[in-house]
Design a protein. Structure first.
Length: 253
């Protein structure tokens, strides 16, 4: 049974495992309200690193450990972004949670885009935070160098949480990284017909302004908000500004 990682001990939370097609995800759900958010983490991460933003959102929040990350067991084979999206869709149908505002951070933004493109009836709005992978930098070397540059400015607590989750990513982490690199999210963006918010930290090297502006050309009506003095971990470290943008976006849906 998974452990409670996000909700404080005095806050009711529902933990669950969901298995579908040889892959298992872990969910931790808490809060109440008409609006439901589902949070999809980045590569090497897990739901535990998003405590700050989750506690700031008003409504029902579902935080996820994707297969092979956090507390979720390794899948029988490494999932593509499309298969990740199909798994999340199967969970939403099984739990009768839809439609949701899907918040995807980093790799999670790629899955969020596929979810909205492939299963639009399950999605009311899309938040792409620190969206990857920039079409001009699709190599492991480039992405690793950008990530290192971003981490140099992070707080020690964020570095510790991130290192812990990367270790939990297991021996197949390189294969998982390759799955994000080969994915072409712009093909999914072109099929999204749901309200979309793109969030970028001002100093985020993994989601450069040129890439975020390209995303806007693919998704009609998409909005872009840039958070000053933040990097790629804008949902992890000092998440107040990101949470405010997300909440205002969701309240308009």
């Amino acid at each position: 049974m998974p452990n409670r990682l996000l909700a404080p001990q005095d806050v009711p939370a529902l933990l669950a495992e969901f298995e579908h097609g040889g892959a298992t995800l872990i969910t931790e759900t808490f809060g109440t309200g008409e609006r439901t958010f589902i949070l999809l983490h980045g590569i090497g991460m897990g739901r535990s690193v998003y405590l700050d933003v989750v506690q700031r959102l008003r409504g029902r929040v579902i935080a996820v450990d994707l297969p092979g990350f956090g507390e979720a067991p390794e899948p029988t084979r490494t999932l593509t972004m499309e298969r990740h999206a199909d798994l999340v869709a199967a969970y939403l149908r099984h739990s009768d949670e839809a439609p949701v505002v899907v918040i995807g951070h980093s790799m999670g933004s790629q899955i969020a885009a596929e979810l909205a493109a492939r299963h639009p009836s399950l999605v009311s709005g899309v938040v792409l935070a620190g969206p990857t992978v920039d079409s001009a930098s699709r190599s492991i070397r480039a992405q690793a160098s950008y990530l290192l540059r971003d981490l140099l400015g992070e707080r020690p607590v964020v570095l510790w949480r991130g290192a812990r989750e990367y270790l939990r990513g297991g021996p197949n982490l390189l294969r998982k990284i390759r799955a994000t690199i080969v994915h072409e999210p712009e093909k999914a963006y072109a099929r999204i017909d749901r309200p979309t918010l793109v969030l970028r930290g001002e100093h985020d090297p993994l989601a450069p302004m040129s890439w975020c502006q390209q995303i806007l050309t693919h998704i009609p009506g998409a909005e872009l908000e840039v958070i000053p003095d933040h990097g790629h971990g804008t949902l992890i470290s000092d998440a107040g500004p990101a949470a405010s943008f997300i909440q205002r976006f969701a309240d308009r849906l």
